[in-house]
Structure formats: C-alpha cells, structure tokens
Design a protein around this ligand. Structure first.
Ligand code: ANZ
Ligand code: ZN
Length: 817
C-alpha cells in the first residue's frame, strides 16, 4: 500500500518551519496571551526519553492554545551551570564551558528535529554573563533586605563531591547527585532566609489546590512542615534557663528528663566540669557519624549526662539534663523535654539509661509504657496531671497548659516549621560568583551594581577537582581586589551560587530576554506572567518549585511583580521506565531517544509517549508499540491522499453521520485537553475518527463526500498537536499552504452536537395513540410526563386515571386504564 517516507517528510518540513517561524511570540499582536512553560534542561549529554516525554506533552498544550487563537509564548533555555557539567568536564579533561555549550548545541538541534514549538528568539543560558549578571543583581537586592546572609553552621557535606549540600539535596542521608553518604561540617556559608516566608509559602498554595498536582502540594506542605506547639522554659541550677519546643505541652507532668542536641553550643555551655571529658569524647563520636547512621531507628540511643538538673515547673521535680544525638541541633530550640511514656524515642533512651518513665495519659486497652516498653500516643484520659486529671480532650489539655504557662511567664504557644534557610554557597567553580568582597576594614562589601557581571575567571587548565575550597580561591589575580568602599587590599568571596538560584527566576527573564538594563521588563512580565502552565518532573516538587515561589514572593515585596505565585497551573509528567524498572546504566535497560527516533520517526515516538496513558503515570517503554503508532499515522496520512473534493468545499451536504462524529470528536478533544490534561483519550478519539472516515469512504459516500474532507482536515489539525510532521504533510496534500500551526481549530456546527432524536410510541390499552420525538437518552420520568401531556393521549384517556404506566425509555410508553 501507499506509505509516506518518514525521513523524507521530516527533511522536507524542518526547513520550512525554520523559515516561517510560526512560534515566535509577538507581544503586540493584540491577542490574548498564554504562557506555556516547560522545565529547562541541564546540558548533560543529548536529550533522553524523559525530555522526549515532557516536550511531547508540553507541546500538546502550547500548540493547542495557538490553534485556539491565543498568542502563545513557549520559550526554552538551559540551566547550564552546576555540578553535572563540572564533573563531566573533570572526567573528560575539558573546560566546563566547552562541555556545556557543545551539549547545548546538540540538545538544541535535537529539540528542533523533535519538532518542539519553542520560540527560539527567547533562548537563554544561565551560564551566560548577560544572564548571571542579573542573578548577581538579585542576590544583592536580597542581601539588602536581610534575606541573604552568612553564618557558621554545621552543614551537609558530600565527601565525594567535596561540597556542601542543601537539605533538599540530601535524600535518605545520601548525596542526591552521587549517592555518597553525607556527613556534617562546620562552615561559614551564605543562606537565603526562606524561613521568613514559610507561612506565606503555605497559605498561597490554597488557590493552587485545583490546578497543581496533589503530589507536589503535599510534598511542599510536608517540606515546610508546620507544627503547632509551645515553647516551655525550665530553670536550670546555676545556669541560664533552658527552653524547649514541644507539640505536647499537655504531657508536662510526664516529663522526667531533658535532652539537648549533643553537637550544639548549648550542650557545651551546660556541661559541668565533672562531666566535660565524657561529653567531649561523646561529641567527637557524634560528629564522625553520618546523618544516615544517626537517624537509623535501630541505632542505640547513646548520650551523656551533662551533670546539671532542670526543674519541672508543674511537679517541682529535679530532672537530669542529657546530651544526645537523637535531638537535632537545628530543629525547634535544639532541646526537648523527654516524656518517655508517650514518645518512643524518649522511652528507648530512658530504658537505655535507666531514667524514670511516668504515664500521664491512660489509653484504654493499652498497657503502661513503663511495663510494655511501647510508648502510647493515642487519645486517652489524663492521669497524674494535676488540673488535667480526668479530662480526655487533648486539644483542651494543650490549651489549658499553654494558658497556664503563659500566665506564669514560663512558656507560650508557638508555631514551628521544619523548613530551614536555603544554603546557597557552593565551593565549586562552575556557578555564579557571589558578588561580595571581604575587606579587613569594612567587612563584607557588595560589588557595586555597575561592576556587574562579576565574571568567572577562565581557569582553563586549572585543577577543578573538589577540595573543600572553591577553585576560585586559587585564582589569585581574581581573588585579590581593592575594597570597593575604602580601596584597601581585600579579597573576593570565592564561593559560587547553587544552580537553584539561577532557575528561580529564568521564567521572568524569558518575558524580555535581551534586556540589558534590568533583570526583566516589568511591563512584559505583567503581560505574560504568571505562566499558564508549567510542565515538568515531579522530582522538582520541593526543590526548584519551592525556591521559584520564594523568589516570586520576594520580588513581589520589592514591588517588581504584581503577583505572588509564578505558575498558575502545573502538569507533572510520570517517568519513562523500561521492563518495570527505572532506566539505568547498571541495569543496562536504558532506551536511547535518538535510536527510537531514527527507527520509528519523531511523530511515532511522540504519539507513543502521549498515547501511553494519563500524563502523570509512568510509561513502561517495554509495553509500548511505536511501530503500532507509525501504522496508525500511515492510516491517517492515507486519508489525505484519498480526499477528492476541493479545499473550501462546503461541508453541509456531507454524510451526516460522519459529520456528527467530526463535531463530537473536535468538541470533546478540546474538553479533554483543557480539563485534566487527558491527551491520551484525545488521541484515542482521533484514532476512532480515522476509522470512521475510512468506513465512510468504503461504505458508499466515497472520497468525494464533503464530510470526508471535513473529517480528514480535523484529523490533521488534531494530529498536529502530537505528530507535527505527518500533520503538515496531510495539510499540504489537502491543498493548504504551510504551516498547519497557523490553521485554526476546526469550527463545528453546534447543531450537530445535539444527539439525533428517536421515536417513542405511546399506547393506550395496547393501541398506538401517539408518536413522540425524544432524545435517545431521555429519562423515564421525562418520557412519562411527555406521554401524559400529549394531546392525543389526553383525548384517548378521556378523563380516566391510568391504572398502570409502563415506561421503556426511549422507545415505549404503555398506559393501562
Ligand atoms: C514532648 C513530647 C511528648 C513530644 C510527646 C512528643 C510527644 P514535630 O511534630 O515534628 O514538630 N522535638 C522537638 N525538638 C526536637 C529536636 N530538635 N530534635 C528531635 N526532636 C525534637 O515534633 C515536635 C516534637 O519532637 C516535640 O514534642 C519534641 O518532643 C520533639 F508525647 O515534646 B515532644
Ligand atoms: Zn574596605
């Protein structure tokens, strides 16, 4: 049979699209604007199956909006600083810039070949000085607002990459990038004060409830980790009082000892001389352990008695104060009141060190934890708890105790967040230099705005291997400067910024990419932002998406943008796996996008990825049939060769049944795209329309029937969202000029959407008295009412009440009198 040549069709249309450039967004077109944003890639290697999937899904939306008459901005760029490029450059003994920009060219070429509808005029790379000049500018503005600051802190340290990691980059105690076990180190680091925005980051999620994926919303809520509790202050013998954070102030009567984080300065300040040596030995041991070891639940509950006692404010008891590693230095106040009866970690510790256990909540059916060794956390009745005794309402218990403590000035209700400030320093080369100078006289001095960008020194041939200090420190010509304030000999900050800083504002830069006078043009940002959809992987649920939201809020507070959330809606695609497993080198189950494209063509691969299932689900490539997709595309394409009516032929005389199918398919396709991103169902419906069209041609009406043209044109336009090459080829064979991207969404005759009517027969005493035209899905009640209201039926009944009314919708009503 007749087949289209995939290679030839691809080679034919790519240059035409380049020439016509239908996807260049024109902000002055006067059309309503839509911003289709997709997560920009790291330039590590060529595009992979994951990119293929994300870009195919994203393109459905961007192309659809365009056909619906919107002015669509669909930009692309590269997140081109960062560890992957730097590590690869070290491995291959090249400069990170060479590696990075070569990969960018490769990926850009692949994106074009993949027929993505990107607006190439807005292309950006975060490693270009024209871009990172503004990343530096933004950093300085954050710093002026007290939102970028330095502090000494124990940090997550990757011994393999020899760099500091943000909490978000530590997964199960391991480095997100290389998998090495993460350890701790004290370092002076730059932070963004994202904690100032914790409550707003939570509150502003409410309007996103229906347009963002639940997975992302839940991940963000958990990450921010808001909890309500109280600060309670305990007096300590001969020392400053000790404040703890607790979510259960109502269990104060059951507190039998205190624990402070062993590796926090607080512990060192509390320890008595007699216990100092034991404490110091212990802290050494704690520092040597990685987080993964410290957090293991089967780890013995180690600790050391600090030798001081604190007073329980309600029982008056003296409680020993211990230092242990199960209390974290950087959560709450770094100190707890231990209630072993009702907290398992405290109970394990109490049993290991022979400390008292006192039950204060009696949970029906559960044994005393002091006996069972199992802490009870359920609801019960307060016992041995003074004024709470007999009460069994936890919320009331908490309220009572907080009021009591507040009255005595010994505590107060408080809200606590798990969210930590964002550690943004990296001791690596391939990143944005921090625009700060350290002067022996003036201290920390900002590089003046008119000296930005502060460019990275070239360092070609230098050793970039991680050593724990940035390679920039060795570039003495670059490091040694005169202080911008006093002129004295000073040194540049040698850390570079986390790449998540670069990606926290790129979507704003796209709105006015070439601007040399500002990070972005507020007018253009007002016109395009917030992005109407953001397509990307769920792996960015907390990292990138939280930071981008934080940046947007700060820019809002600076008066630079007039919205607080950057992304109105989100689509988080699933992962492409193979044979049930994540693709990986070690399993040898990787599927190469380029090879699939070479074998089946761009359209068939894109179609397979979109048709696989709901976009959020994972795709197992082993279960897919790109060959089947190609077969279907051939079938669709063949229709365009069969049509014999001329372009512009009025459809009205066409086969009514096929015309109805076209109307329903086009109408439903819009619905399926707009509500719930059900692109796979949209494709299935297009397949049905192809079959119906073929049937009509074969069944009699023949290729000249105007409905066959109407249907084939609709198929081409629907397919253009997923399989642009074959769609363009069909469009040409149907007698149209390129580009199909400029075709409008098919207009359907609303009347054709109304389902055909059927005839219902109404019998009285077995005799037909009336025929009613009704909808095929008329309800029994409606049909019964229509029958009883019919003039002929009323006459036949002649005032008699029917004894029985039998309704068989939509065909029959039988009245018995
Ligand atoms: C007494 C108590 C009794 C507690 C009880 C729990 C149950 P979330 O909900 O995660 O905020 N805690 C406080 N600071 C800590 C730290 N730095 N390291 C380890 N644990 C810490 O948890 C708050 C609870 O975790 C607090 O409430 C405290 O133990 C513990 F029946 O105080 B609770
Ligand atoms: Zn100075």
């Amino acid at each position: 049979t007749d087949r289209y040549d995939v290679e030839a069709v691809q080679a034919k249309w790519l240059p035409v699209w380049e020439r016509e450039a239908p996807f260049t967004a024109d902000e002055n077109s006067g059309k309503e604007k839509r911003y289709a944003l997709t997560m920009f890639p790291y330039p590590s290697g060529d595009l992979h199956m994951g990119h293929g999937e994300a870009f195919a899904l994203h393109d459905v939306i961007a192309r659809y909006w365009r056909l619906r008459g919107f002015e669509v901005m669909n930009p692309i760029g590269w997140d081109s600083f960062g560890l992957p490029a730097e590590n690869a450059a070290i491995r291959n003994d090249t400069h990170p810039a060479e590696y990075t920009y070569a990969n960018i060219e490769t990926q850009a070429e692949s994106m074009r070949h993949y027929a993505t509808s990107f607006d190439w005029t807005r292309r950006l790379h975060t490693s270009d000085p024209e871009y990172y000049r503004w990343t530096q500018w933004l950093f300085l503005r954050f710093r002026e607002r007290g939102l970028a600051y330095r502090k000494d802190a124990p940090v997550n340290w990757c011994p393999n990459d020899q760099t500091v990691l943000a909490n978000e980059q530590v997964v199960d105690g391991r480095c997100e990038r290389c998998g090495a076990e993460v350890t701790r180190r004290e370092l002076n680091q730059w932070y963004f004060k994202i904690t100032d925005y914790a409550q707003r980051l939570l509150d502003d999620m409410e309007p996103l409830e229906t347009t963002w994926g639940q997975r992302v919303l839940t991940a963000q809520r958990n990450w921010i980790g808001r909890s309500e509790g109280a600060h309670v202050t305990f007096s300590v013998d001969g020392r400053d009082p000790l404040t703890v954070y607790t979510t259960r102030p109502d269990t104060l009567w059951g507190a039998t000892f205190m624990v402070v984080a062993a590796d926090a300065p607080l512990a060192a300040s509390l320890v008595t001389d007699a216990q100092r040596e034991a404490y110091e030995t212990y802290v050494e041991q704690v520092r040597a352990a990685s987080d993964i070891e410290r957090l293991a639940s089967d780890r013995p509950k180690t600790g050391v008695d600090l030798g001081v006692t604190a007073t329980n404010p309600v029982t008056g008891e003296q409680m020993p104060v211990w230092a242990a590693d199960y209390v974290l230095a950087d959560y709450g106040t770094g100190a707890i009141m231990a209630v072993p009866a009702h907290d398992q970690r405290d109970l394990d510790f109490a049993r290991a060190h022979d400390l008292p256990v006192r039950m204060v909540v009696a949970v029906p059916g559960e044994e005393d934890p002091a006996v069972s060794g199992v802490a009870t956390t359920g609801d019960g009745t307060y016992v041995a708890s003074g004024p709470l005794d007999g009460l069994s309402d936890k919320a009331a218990g908490i309220r009572t105790v907080v009021e009591m403590l507040e009255k005595d000035g010994r505590g107060e209700g408080t809200v606590n967040f798990r969210l930590r400030d964002w550690l943004l320093s990296r001791q690596r080369y391939w990143g944005v230099p921090i625009p700060v100078v350290h002067c022996p006289d003036c201290g920390e001095v900002a590089v003046p705005d008119d000296q930005l960008p502060l460019e990275l020194p070239d360092l070609r041939g230098a050793d970039l291997k991680p050593k724990g200090v940035s390679p920039l420190a060795a570039a003495t010509d670059w490091v040694n400067v005169s202080c911008p304030q006093c002129g004295a000999a000073a040194k540049r900050d040698t850390d570079t910024m986390d790449t998540f800083v670069d990606s926290s504002w790129y979507f704003l830069r796209y709105c006015s990419p070439g601007l040399t006078t500002a990070a972005f043009d507020p007018e253009q940002v007002r016109a395009w932002m917030p992005a109407d959809v953001y397509v990307g992987g769920v792996e960015h649920a907390v990292l990138h998406l939280l930071y981008a939201r934080f940046f947007t809020k700060v820019l809002h507070d600076m008066g630079l943008v007039d919205f607080v959330e950057p992304f109105a809606a989100q689509l988080n695609q699933g992962v492409v796996i193979n044979e049930g497993k994540k693709m990986s080198k070690s399993l040898g189950n990787g599927v190469n996008l380029g090879e699939q494209l070479a074998e089946f063509g761009v359209d068939a691969v894109r179609l397979t990825l979109v048709f696989a299932g709901p976009p959020e689900d994972n795709i197992d490539w082993a279960d897919m049939s790109p060959a089947g997709s190609l077969k279907f595309l051939q079938r669709a394409w063949r229709l365009s060769g069969d049509v014999t009516s001329a372009p512009g032929t009025p459809y009205a005389e066409g086969d009514l049944e096929l015309r109805r199918a076209v109307a329903r398919t086009v109408h439903d396709a819009a619905d399926l795209i707009e509500h719930g991103h059900r692109f796979n169902v949209m494709v299935a419906r297009t397949m049905e329309l192809v079959n119906a069209t073929r049937k009509t041609i074969d069944a009699g009406a023949g290729p000249a029937d105007p409905a066959v043209r109407e249907a084939t044109e609709a198929v081409a336009v629907l397919l253009s969202l997923v399989a642009p090459y074959v769609a363009e080829e069909m469009w040409e064979r149907l007698g149209h000029e390129p580009c199909i991207a400029n075709a409008a969404w098919p207009v359907v005759d609303e009347a054709l959407l109304v389902a055909e009517s059927v005839t219902a027969v109404v019998q009285v005493q077995g005799k037909v008295k009336a025929r009613l035209e009704v909808s095929p899905d008329v309800t029994e009640e409606d049909l019964r009412a229509a029958a009883l209201a019919d003039a002929d039926v009323v006459r036949a009944l002649d005032g008699r009440e029917p004894r029985k009314v039998i309704v068989r919708a939509p065909k029959l009503v039988n009245l018995v009198v």
